[in-house]
Ligand binder design. Structure first.
Ligand SMILES: [Zn+2]
Length: 346
């Protein structure tokens, strides 16, 4: 593999694009469009190299608020809850405002919109399994990968209804449905994020998967319990989890490490102001974030949607997105080429 690294200046900004807002939520239009830093530049490589070498680590933080993740006015804590992630993004990535693409801003509808790259018929957390190929399954087929190379680790049992439409194509590691066992969290269909993180880290270390999704939950559950302190603690733990994942990536061969992209987003936002603990019934809970970091990230200022995540991931692997409602986010993928896997591409 002989790749040509074309470097260009990249500037990170927080987008100030117009968003759907709740009536009493501080207007995101007031978000300062301040540059957080300058990334090194976007690597431009042939699609065939991306198809053979690229990796994506996707972390979803259930119901995390953009104010808390991006340390903006209205955040639950006075100091940044995710300082390591913000520092990384400032140095080598983008922090974009985004909106949900689900019918309603609830968990399973959000995860399905993300995995399908479009709005699905799912309207609540009891809807049916996603029909058709999910983003993970599409990668496994498109890149011809064995199941350990495409892996989803989730703290929430029902995320499996968005992660895989069929059995056996990808690795799916989620707790069983039902009440938690001894030592588990005080909510059903779940396990603690710390356990999910440990399992994901082990898989990342052992198998060096091309795609890994770590789907965390504690943030949403503590918020529903109106426990601001534990919500912030969950975000800090997620910040540490992401740092630990990237520590593993740093041990990889240089070409694969440089072609690895971290994406961080959520299934939905939360209510405005004092209704921060709830979500679903408020337009404000459609406001979310999409963060990306890595040498492939172009940089720029753009409003993204949840449906854009799937085609963005596909482009990061040199695959041409097909048929979903979203589009690859230019601020992330820039001019990355795409083509048919296995074929000679420029
Ligand atoms: Zn959720």
């Amino acid at each position: 593999m002989r790749a040509l690294w074309i470097l260009g200046a990249v500037t990170l900004t927080l987008t100030t694009a117009v968003l759907v807002t709740g009536s009493s939520e501080p207007s995101p239009r007031g978000l300062p469009s301040r540059a957080l830093g300058t990334a090194g530049g976007q690597l431009v490589v042939p699609a065939s190299t991306l198809q053979q070498k690229a990796h994506v680590v996707l972390v979803t933080l259930d119901g995390a608020r953009w104010q808390d993740v991006l340390a903006q006015p209205g955040a639950l804590s006075s100091s940044p809850a995710m300082p390591k992630l913000l520092e990384l993004v400032a140095r080598n990535g983008v922090a974009l405002r985004a909106t949900t693409s689900s019918k309603v801003p609830l968990s399973l509808p959000g995860y399905q919109a993300l995995a399908a790259g479009r709005m699905t018929s799912c309207e609540d957390n009891d809807c049916a399994r996603l029909e058709g190929e999910t983003v993970a399954e599409g990668l496994a087929r498109g890149l011809g990968l064995p199941m350990e190379q495409v892996a989803v680790f989730a703290s929430w049992a029902r995320l499996s209804f968005a992660a895989a439409g069929a059995e056996g194509a990808v690795t799916l590691d989620a707790p069983p449905r039902g009440l938690p066992g001894p030592g588990g969290p005080p909510w059903e269909d779940a396990r603690w994020d710390v356990e999910t993180t440990a399992r994901a880290l082990s898989h990342l270390t052992t198998h060096r998967p091309r795609f890994l999704q770590l789907a965390l939950l504690d943030t949403d559950e503590w918020a529903h319990q109106r426990d601001a302190q534990r919500t912030v603690q969950a975000l800090r733990a997620a910040d540490d989890a992401i740092a630990a994942l990237l520590e593993v990536v740093r041990t990889w061969p240089e070409d694969e490490r440089r072609l690895t992209t971290l994406l961080v987003t959520t299934d939905h936002g939360r209510g405005p102001g004092s209704l921060w603990h709830a979500h679903g019934a408020f337009d404000a809970s459609r406001n979310i974030f999409l963060l990306a970091a890595g040498d492939l990230v172009r940089g720029g200022d753009e409003l993204a949607t949840q449906a854009d995540v799937r085609p963005t991931i596909e482009r990061l692997f040199g695959l041409c997105p097909r048929g979903s409602g979203g589009r690859a986010v230019t601020a992330i993928v820039g001019d990355l080429p795409c083509g048919v896997a296995g074929a000679a591409t420029p």
